[in-house]
Write a protein that binds this ligand. Structure first.
Ligand code: G6P
Ligand code: MG
Length: 216
């Protein structure tokens, strides 16, 4: 059957979570509290504005709307400092093989990310032009777990939702994919991504055998 893929970006194509972490942690330090890698898990797949809210909650810090805007800009500026140094070396293992397989088999694919920096990141790692469609944080009004981002992706690919395969590393993303009536492959731990139809530790799980199973 005809299928199409919709990929999340952070944690699936590249590991930008480590850069988000460094930038959020520096902000927390500046505001006088600790921000751990465990805390960072809570921000995966979550929009920038929502991430700041969660961070401020962790630190029990209350600030004005104006200060929030200032810190959002500050965090993103620091994050972009890391992003601007990214190269194709940072594409996660298994991704190139998978995209080559999809190209060879004329299976189209889109990006479905909460990140407003998604187009820049894809440019940096040299993958921008390979995607048939890009849906990012600038295109959606409702964040994951709302299915909007993936529904727009399916529309852009002109594909029925039930024929779309979403690849996601975040709980909110898996929920969004299932709410969109799509097949979901989780990348991470089974205990965390239990609602996905399949879960692999990393992107090398997309073996030719598994891809055959998806298509047939
Ligand atoms: C992805 C990441 C989140 C990040 C969000 C917004 O979903 O997993 O950690 O907060 O994108 O990213 P942005 O680049 O717009 O700040
Ligand atoms: Mg992700």
């Amino acid at each position: 059957k005809e299928i199409a893929f919709i990929f999340d970006l952070d944690g699936v194509i590249v590991d930008t979570a480590k850069y988000h972490f460094l930038a959020w942690r520096n902000l927390a330090i500046q505001l006088g509290f600790e921000f751990t890698e465990e805390h960072n898990e809570l921000l995966k797949g979550v929009s920038r504005v929502k991430s700041l809210e969660i961070l401020l909650n962790i630190g029990k810090v209350e600030i004005s709307e104006e200060e929030k805007q200032k810190y959002l800009v500050q965090k993103n500026t620091e994050y972009l400092g890391f992003v601007n140094k990214m190269t194709s070396d940072e594409i996660l293992p298994g991704v190139n093989d998978l995209l080559n397989y999809l190209d060879a088999n004329k299976i189209t694919y889109a990006l479905g990310s909460a990140s407003k920096n998604a187009p820049l990141i894809l440019e940096k790692v040299g993958l921008y032009s390979r995607f048939s469609a890009i849906v990012d944080g600038n295109d959606v009004s409702k964040a994951k777990p709302d299915p909007e981002v993936f529904l727009i992706g399916a529309k852009k690919l002109e594909m029925k939702t039930e024929n779309c395969v979403v690849v996601e590393d975040a709980i909110a993303g898996v929920e969004a994919a299932k709410a969109a009536n799509m097949t979901c492959v989780g990348i991470g731990e089974k205990e965390v991504l239990g609602h996905a139809d399949f879960v692999f530790g990393d992107m090398t799980g997309f073996t030719p055998e598994f891809l055959n199973q998806l298509i047939n």
